[in-house]
Design a protein around this ligand. Structure first.
Ligand code: T3D
Length: 262
């Protein structure tokens, strides 16, 4: 049982809910540790075939809990921030390296490191009411939690820098327009849309999805020759999966595939 995170499991989908709604799910030390524990356990759990990350109440998340700084003497700020970042980095890497597809369901405020955690997920579905921002510069900080990495790759450097420097809120609609989220839906439809997508992914060829994720992440920093080499290695692993055999058989038998995730 966790104090600041709710976890639901249904039909192969694990839903992780950041749960401090009174402070818009601002992340404190315990919440980040709980998220790390859940993510690292999920990586080893072959029964989970898709992960959804969201927030309780009216927000996805308002970033680092800033109230901790009120009780931190100024000369201890540096080490406090270093400790926070170590934990955030472990979480970000854990999410990116999950073998299962991960969807962030974003409603209301998504800012600071909470936004960047959403950027580490594979797909983002936002509600129209979303208030998305890289708020860091407003309080004199640089984007952390991989913000510079994810934003420049998703948006290109001009738009990424604009979001980081101006630190203004954009809506879910605008976030979809610029490619920061995959899709924007009305708030009343968010849960249904995310659930349908999660179930669809959970019924897919899970091991191949894991390989696709690894291949695409590795391709970010490699040239074409290296990527072609890598895709050969990954394809030789994909052809050995039961789901590949099932996919081909289903095609030949003109029926929908029944993937086992193996
Ligand atoms: O050491 C390190 O880790 C450094 C790394 C930092 C990483 C970061 O994430 S930096 C960015 C931190 N986040 C922010 O700067 C956002 C701060 N929050 C706001 O600016 C506003 O709350 C919002 C614009 C996001 C939302 O405004 P609004 O008017 O919709 O809600 P509100 O009334 O401001 O917030 C509701 C409550 O949540 C309120 O508490 P109260 O007054 O009802 O007791 C507010 O103080 C609290 N809250 C919101 N964000 C945080 C927070 N409490 C602690 N930390 C927060 N980040």
């Amino acid at each position: 049982d966790f104090q600041h995170v709710l976890v639901r499991r249904e039909s192969g989908v694990l839903t992780i809910v950041m749960n401090r709604p009174q402070v818009l799910n601002a992340i404190n030390d315990l919440m980040v540790q709980e998220l790390i524990e859940i993510v690292e356990e999920t990586a080893r759990d072959g029964e989970i075939r898709c992960v959804v990350l969201t927030g309780a109440g009216r927000a996805f998340g308002a970033g680092q809990d800033l109230s901790v700084f009120a009780s931190t003497p100024a000369d201890e700020y540096g080490s406090a921030v270093r400790e926070h970042l170590q934990a955030y980095h472990r979480l970000i890497m854990g999410i990116q390296q999950l073998p299962q597809p991960v969807i962030a369901a974003i409603h209301g405020v998504a800012t600071g490191v909470s936004l960047n955690i959403a950027l580490a997920c594979d797909l983002r579905i936002a509600a129209g009411d979303a208030r998305i921002s890289e708020a860091f510069a407003r309080i004199g900080l640089v984007p952390d939690g991989g913000g510079a990495y994810f934003l420049t790759r998703l948006l290109g450097s001009a738009k990424a820098l604009e979001l980081a420097l101006l630190a203004e809120e954009i809506s879910g609609v605008e976030a979809e327009r610029i490619g920061l989220v995959n899709k924007c839906v009305p708030l009343s439809e968010l849960e249904k849309a995310v659930s349908a997508l999660a179930r669809r992914l959970a019924a897919g060829p899970t091991r191949t999805y894991g390989l696709i994720k690894q291949l695409f992440h590795a391709s970010q920093d490699q040239d074409l020759v290296a990527v072609l080499q890598l895709e050969g290695e990954f394809q030789s692993r994909a052809v050995k999966t039961a789901d590949h055999r099932e996919g081909v058989q289903a095609f030949l038998q003109k029926r929908p595939p029944r993937y086992s995730g193996k």
